[in-house]
Design a protein around this ligand. Structure first.
Ligand code: ZN
Length: 113
């Protein structure tokens, strides 16, 4: 069973309390965006076999959205963090790279790791 710690209320919530929201850190483009940028925002998603940055909602708890770094093959959770960030925290990236040195994440809008 998937268990994620909500970074807002501190509860270790199991998957029955959570709602998945897809890939984290999608960049929303403005009205001047090209068709390719808008298409990418709407439809293009990562689907890695490995560590993925995801959006989750603590639906039956505090109700807030947060981000999680989770391996899609082993279900290992590397950590959770606020959804009010443009990039994963450096400490979390370091923790992931300790175990998966080749891991990278899809960057949007100049955000850096
Ligand atoms: Zn919560």
């Amino acid at each position: 069973m998937l268990i994620l710690e909500c970074p807002y209320c501190g509860v270790n919530a199991d998957e029955t309390e959570l709602h998945a929201g897809g890939e984290a850190h999608l960049k929303r483009f403005g009205p001047e965006a090209s068709d390719e940028e808008f298409e990418g925002y709407l439809f293009v998603r990562e689907n890695p076999k490995g560590v993925h940055l995801e959006r989750w909602q603590h639906r039956y708890g505090c109700g807030k959205w947060f981000h999680a770094a989770r391996c899609t093959t082993t279900l290992e959770v590397f950590g959770t963090y606020s959804a009010q960030t443009l990039a994963p925290p450096k400490e979390l990236v370091a923790k992931i790279k300790e175990k998966r040195p080749d891991w990278t994440w899809r960057e949007f809008g100049g955000a850096s790791t």
